[in-house]
Design a binder for this molecule. Structure first.
Ligand SMILES: [Zn+2]
Length: 415
């Protein structure tokens, strides 16, 4: 077998000291049999020997490493990333392998770890110096520029970047979810309407889906592996009307683009995106923002072209100081974080509990509250601000709920 990779050789002294290092270079590693001379044959009582042959562009004849009893140690913790280190006794070399196909490298290591008896049973090709492939040993980037060039047979397992922009794709290939190294995915300007939930298992750092027909960002893509890996998300120019409440689980998000959708607001806990630095949601239908929006600390914000409502009182319940029993019971359930479900409570009550609004004090309220729309100057939350209208206005509205006469008094005193 032969694998293309990069190898750095560390020359160690037999007593364990350090003697030098080669440059990391593109290389080919082959495992095979080599006929030994007749005298050795008699001496060792074997028909043939297994060797590992390391060939580089400079060393085309290669360096041979006898395998049986000569492998001192194999470090294979990062074999899934295409990396491993093999330590030989004679010559005392340490081969640091990288950029190998993880599957092939795994097979090679398994072969080296077999017992001598089992190694002898393996069918291996005769060992010959092989030409080093000077091209990138493993493909990590794939840019598809037309549908005719789409990889219908599948993707290299080592893929880190995949771009297929403006090639009339109707759906996202589900096989992408199997690529463990995929970090960058750009499928902008296609006709995609659905995002597969299985993408939650991919540790994507950047996801670009602008200019498609996506109506819903799946809840599943706020959970799983992607929730901690994603740094940049571009969903601009789609058909989104809302984002799931769990969107704030994408805690690592630094850059978010939501321009040109049909969003009417942002998730209640949006302010929990504490790493967010760049936000644009221009040309949507946002009339009011959640009050947690005030907590953001951004580098730049663009909310141009949204129909923000004017400030004022929206709703005031009859008697803020005397909530009904149902409200008091529901507040207690929320405060004590008691679990509820349609199995233990009537569905109507579950819906009531789900309708909780959060007061500035952090407590939940249901029917008994004061609903205000207040102004927020975007300069308070961002270093760079794009005005929200052609007149240069930088103030937006945020909604506020107040659960009691005490909270109302406190809030009034701060205005
Ligand atoms: Zn309150």
């Amino acid at each position: 077998m032969k694998i293309n990779c990069e190898v750095e050789v560390t020359y160690t002294l037999s007593h364990g000291g350090y003697a030098g290092k080669s440059f990391r270079s593109k290389a080919a590693l082959c495992v095979g049999r080599k006929e030994t001379s007749k005298s050795k044959l008699v001496c060792r009582d074997r028909k043939d020997q297994i060797f590992l042959l390391l060939t580089t562009a400079k060393n085309t004849n290669g360096t041979k490493y006898f395998v049986e009893g000569n492998v001192e140690k194999i470090y294979y913790k990062f074999v899934k990333e295409g990396k491993a280190t093999i330590k030989f006794k004679e010559p005392a070399h340490l081969l640091s392998i990288s950029k190998a196909d993880p599957r092939q490298l795994h097979i090679l290591i398994q072969l080296l770890q077999l017992s001598p008896a089992k190694q002898r049973q393996e069918t291996l090709v005769p060992l010959l110096p092989s030409k080093v492939n000077t091209a990138d040993p493993v493909p990590t980037k794939l840019v598809v520029i037309s549908q005719a060039k789409y990889p219908v047979k599948g993707f290299p397992t080592t893929l880190e970047r995949f771009e297929a922009v403006g090639i009339n794709l109707n759906r996202i290939d589900k096989r992408l979810a199997n690529l463990q190294s995929l970090a960058y995915l750009d499928l902008s300007n296609n006709h995609i309407s659905e995002v597969p939930e299985s993408l939650q298992n991919v540790s994507l750092v950047e996801l670009k889906l602008s200019g498609n027909k996506i109506e819903e960002y799946p809840l599943a893509l706020c959970l799983g592996t992607i929730s901690s890996s994603l740094r940049s998300l571009d969903l601009s120019r789609n058909l989104l009307t809302n984002l799931p409440g769990n969107f704030v689980q994408l805690k690592g998000l630094v850059r978010l683009k939501l321009d040109c959708n049909q969003l009417t607001t942002l998730p209640k806990c949006f302010g929990k995106l504490t790493n967010l630095k760049y936000l644009s949601a221009s040309s949507n239908q946002i009339t009011v923002l959640p009050h947690t929006f005030k907590r953001l600390q951004l580098e730049s914000i663009d909310l141009f072209g949204n129909p923000f409502s004017g400030p004022g009182l929206l709703r005031r319940c009859a008697d803020l100081s005397l909530p009904c029993l149902q409200e008091l019971a529901a507040r207690t359930i929320r405060r004590e974080r008691l679990r509820y479900s349609p199995q233990i409570l009537p569905v109507r009550i579950c819906h009531y509990l789900d309708s909780a609004k959060q007061c500035l004090c952090g407590k939940a309220c249901f029917d008994s509250y004061l609903h205000h729309v207040a102004l927020l100057n975007l300069h308070n939350i961002s270093s760079t601000v794009t005005s929200v209208d052609p007149q240069g206005n930088t103030r937006v509205t945020v909604e506020i709920f107040l659960c009691s006469a005490r909270c109302m008094k406190l809030w009034n005193s701060k205005q």
